[in-house]
Design a protein around this ligand. Structure first.
Ligand SMILES: Cc1ncc(COP(=O)(O)O)c(C=O)c1O
Length: 451
């Protein structure tokens, strides 16, 4: 008999959080801002490798969140560590806005090759997703000489004041800040699982038609003349809003609206980009549709802070001094990004697609088994599981979702909620089928123990 291969599993040795973790949590409570939207469970990381996170008490967790979709190549991938260490010993900073170094045009050229934009592109480098979005907003305003934007309910584009004007995934993000910095109108997101009129499932054609109709026949004919709109900002797979992919007919129609009215189509790939959906960008799933401006961050640097806003070269027509950033495009982060793209192109995008569909199939089996799973959706390794009270009413079950998330943590699996009652799966793109088997077994046990 062939011996069965022992699967690597999480190892939980203490009560959670353990005593050493608790010390850090207590110090954090005292000295760190209370505004971070941390989940109910408290994970403290000491070190991490691949898909495994070890806490200070020596508990080992299987990571299916990747630091919120950031550690695309896994924790401390040897090639990333080597690239960063080499660069740190050669040049840490010079300020690319005033001086030159080779990594900036190198990554600019690489992005020019891979982003879903027609023709030649140029890139502005930043430090985060929100900064990449700020760049896109300023650029669209500058280029079109217009001021209004259209964004979607449930969207998340960051928390700086310009990006916050677009963001609308949770009340807490805006509460207390009152008047918004930019003139933004929100429209329903084309969610096939929850039509905006009745919160019930619909089909891709219906929801696409209804949202497009809302934009063209309500907004454009009343409060928001299209000739005043600088840009429409879209997450092709909505992230914080619940891991909801936009239907193909909708994205195509949105491109048409932008073309007909001289509006910039700004695609936010901060969470969905860099191989997460099983293609390099989520927009790559929409054949024939290209963006004017693409924003990236998160997975781009494998954990090193970098944001990028890439636009058609003829759109990036602003004058010297119009926009820049001291740290944006730091050479160490650029090296991490160049190595990340190399790893993505040499296997990890394929792995995201292949192992992602294996994970999706496993989640769909659980959907058939449990009345509390209303929907499994997504692309590649960007998968959402929406919890409901029951399959008839499909009422969102937020509390149940939070409890299941906690029960996973207790069993050594790290996943995170998004939307009102969804659990997102955004593992490192190196995840294996064996990891999936372990993760699904824990997820199922957590659901059984909670319902
Ligand atoms: C789609 C999207 N855009 C923008 C942002 C903002 O990125 P950052 O937190 O790096 O500012 C996020 C962060 O979650 C995001 O998911």
């Amino acid at each position: 008999m062939t011996p069965t291969k022992e699967l690597q599993r999480p190892s939980i040795k203490t009560s959670l959080p353990g005593p050493k973790s608790l010390e850090i949590i207590n110090a954090d409570n005292r000295y760190v801002t209370p505004s971070y939207p941390r989940p109910d469970y408290k994970l403290v990381a000491d070190h991490a490798q691949g898909v495994w996170i070890t806490d200070p008490d020596d508990n080992v967790f299987l990571d299916c969140n990747a630091g919120v979709a950031v550690c695309s190549t896994g924790h401390c991938h040897p090639a990333i560590v080597a690239a960063v260490q080499k660069q740190v010993s050669e040049l840490i900073h010079l300020c690319g806005t005033d001086f030159y170094y080779r990594q900036m045009p190198e990554l600019g050229q690489k992005l020019n090759e891979i982003v879903p934009i027609d023709g030649d592109c140029k890139t502005h480098f930043a430090n985060s997703g929100a900064e990449a979005i700020e760049t896109a907003l300023k650029l669209a305003m500058y280029h079109t000489r217009r001021q209004k934007f259209i964004s979607f309910f449930g969207s998340f584009h960051g928390r700086t004041l310009g990006a916050l004007s677009l963001t609308s995934s949770k009340k807490a993000q805006r509460l207390g800040f009152m008047r918004q910095a930019l003139d933004v109108v929100h429209v329903p997101y084309p969610n096939t699982f929850r039509h905006f009129a009745n919160d019930m499932p619909t089909d891709a054609e219906t929801i696409s038609r209804d949202v497009i109709n809302w934009i063209e026949n309500r907004l454009f004919k009343t409060t928001t003349p299209p000739e005043e709109v600088a840009g429409i900002v879209l997450e092709v797979v909505q992230g914080e809003g619940g891991y909801v992919p936009a239907p193909k007919p909708f994205v195509k129609e949105l491109r048409r609206i932008c073309d007909e009215n001289g509006i910039m189509l700004i695609i936010d790939e901060v969470q969905s980009g860099m191989g997460r959906t099983g293609k390099m960008f989520a927009l790559d799933h929409h054949e024939g549709v290209k963006a004017d401006i693409v924003c990236m961050a998160k997975g781009l640097g494998s954990g090193m802070p970098i944001g990028a806003c890439t636009a058609r070269a003829d759109i990036m027509d602003w004058h010297k001094g119009a926009h820049a950033s001291t740290f944006g495009g730091n050479p160490v982060c650029l090296e991490a990004a160049l190595t990340t793209i190399d790893l993505l192109q040499n296997g990890l995008v394929d792995n995201s697609r292949e192992v992602g569909s294996y994970l999706e199939a496993g989640l769909n089996k659980l959907k058939d088994k449990f009345d509390c799973i209303g929907d499994v959706r997504g692309l590649g390794m960007m998968l959402g599981v929406e919890f409901v009270t029951d399959k008839q009413s499909l009422k969102p079950a937020a509390e149940l979702r939070d409890k299941i998330e906690y029960a996973c943590y207790e069993r050594g699996l790290i996943i995170l909620g998004c939307g009102s009652s969804t659990i997102r799966w955004s593992p490192p793109l190196i995840l294996t089928r064996e990891n999936v088997d372990v993760a699904l077994e824990i997820f199922e046990a957590a659901i059984k123990a909670t319902i």
